[in-house]
Design a protein around this ligand. Structure first.
Ligand SMILES: Cc1ncc(COP(=O)(O)O)c(C=O)c1O
Length: 441
């Protein structure tokens, strides 16, 4: 039976188990339906850490839909899925190549696995101030330099740029390197040919999707996908690894939400919604081009992403003005542009509101965009595992150059690190630091 059906079927037992609330909202009446479905792993329900029944069957059905060898449901976000993937693959002192535009959870994974990191710099577009693709030639040269256990990369990026996973997967395969793709922002790729192919279908060994980002699921819903082509590792290792990080009280509302989300996306209705969303976005973009609005575009773009800038206004001012004057909040912005995130649930009315605001947004005709500068290649002085729980001191900003940072500098969103503990502070970082800088002693 599916998890969704299991929850709708009333149990005839009087249950003296956790959670104590008896499926009633005592103090959060607005969450009544959530409480109604909030069970623990009672008799007849399955167990996420060793699924044999409804969870196992739901995972198997999703796995079939996504063409994976195994898909695991995770109720603690892509963060936990990534940690579990890393722990399954990476042993202490294994060398790991990581694309620098990774989410900060990868740094946590490096601490937890004691992997040795080399950072790989993705391409950077200074006209928009964003990272773009992984250059395959550069990657090939880097893979020649060391025996890397895994290459970890993000595709699509937050802004929707897809790398050529097929080529990257072949390179990794030739070098005996596992390819882990953080596909947190690409959950719709399985269900529309207009967005780019899924990482797994292109040969990635492992991918992670954050279903709450664009796929319409509740916060914290995520899946971890293992490919049929993965070699030299048993699937049970992933279950063991998930069990290291996952709560023993997974949320049934979230589990059923994961199942329902994929069912919906795979349905005729879900696929039509994605196609319609892309169509509405294209129409909006077309109309706004006559109003000085420019959209980031490239052949390998996930078309549901709206990254835009307007001639005559900086990205920061655009973001502020949209928020203050038009009540519209973006997902992220930089000095040049802003990202308006869309996905399942983005209505035409919402897009029209964005469109009308962008038309009216005031500009200063003499304002010119300044190109953005990419962060420098990190200077790693201590490996992530060596940086945890260290003694530190504060030094004056003027004296901190080339000292070893004890702090992460991570503008959020996008949650991409510009300085991690263990890295030497470079001139480029100074603008982001306060007067007292935390350094490892
Ligand atoms: C690329 C990327 N990976 C992973 C994550 C973590 O996802 P979650 O919030 O589902 O844990 C994020 C969150 O912003 C992200 O942008």
């Amino acid at each position: 039976m599916s998890i969704i059906k299991l929850l709708s079927k009333k149990t005839d037992k009087t249950i003296f188990t956790t959670p104590s609330h008896n499926q009633k909202a005592y103090f959060s009446q607005n969450l009544e339906s959530f409480y109604k479905n909030d069970f623990s792993e009672i008799e007849g329900f399955d167990n996420l850490s060793d699924p044999k029944n409804s969870i196992m069957m739901a995972q198997a059905r999703v796995s079939e839909m996504l063409h994976t060898k195994q898909t695991f449901f995770i109720t603690q976000g892509a963060t936990t899925a990534l940690l579990a993937a890393m722990k399954a693959i990476i042993k202490p002192t294994d060398r790991v190549l990581v694309a620098r535009n990774c989410h900060k959870s990868i740094f946590s994974g490096l601490i937890l696995t004691a992997g040795v990191v080399d950072w790989f710099m993705p391409e950077f577009n200074p006209e928009w101030g964003i990272y773009t693709v992984i250059d395959e030639k550069k990657l090939e040269k880097t893979l020649e330099l060391n025996d890397y256990k895994a290459f970890i990369m993000t595709s699509p990026t937050y802004e929707g740029v897809n790398s050529n996973i097929e080529k990257i997967a072949n390179l990794c395969y030739d070098h005996n390197t596992y390819l882990i793709v953080d596909e947190a922002h690409g959950s719709l790729h399985y269900f529309s040919s207009d967005l780019g192919k899924s990482a797994i279908s292109q040969g990635a060994d492992i991918s992670v999707n954050s279903l709450h980002k664009t796929a319409g699921a509740l916060n914290q819903c995520a899946i971890l996908n293992i490919s049929h082509k993965i070699k030299n590792i048993d699937i049970s290792t992933f279950q063991k690894s998930i069990n290291l990080f996952h709560t023993t009280s997974p949320s049934y509302p979230l589990l059923s939400n994961i199942e329902a989300c994929i069912n919906y996306l795979d349905s005729k209705e879900g696929r039509a919604e994605i196609a319609n969303l892309i169509n509405e976005i294209e129409k909006m973009k077309h109309e706004l081009k006559n109003f000085g609005v420019e959209f980031f575009d490239t052949a390998n773009l996930d078309k549901t992403k709206i990254l835009l800038r307007k001639k005559g206004v900086s990205g920061f001012d655009l973001s502020d003005s949209m928020y203050d004057d038009f009540n519209i909040e973006d997902e992220l912005n930089n000095s040049i542009c802003a990202l308006y995130l869309t996905g399942i649930g983005t209505t035409k009315a919402k897009l029209d509101k964005l469109k009308n605001a962008l038309k009216k947004l005031p500009i200063n005709p003499s304002y010119e965009f300044q190109e953005a500068e990419s962060q420098p290649h990190p200077l790693v002085k201590l490996q992530p595992i060596e940086t945890f729980n260290r003694n530190f001191a504060y030094v004056n900003k003027e004296e901190c150059l080339l000292k070893v940072s004890n702090k992460m500098l991570i503008p959020y969103p996008p949650g991409i690190g510009i300085l991690y503990p263990g890295e030497a502070i470079q001139k480029w970082h100074l603008d982001y630091l306060n007067n007292d800088v935390e350094v490892i002693v």
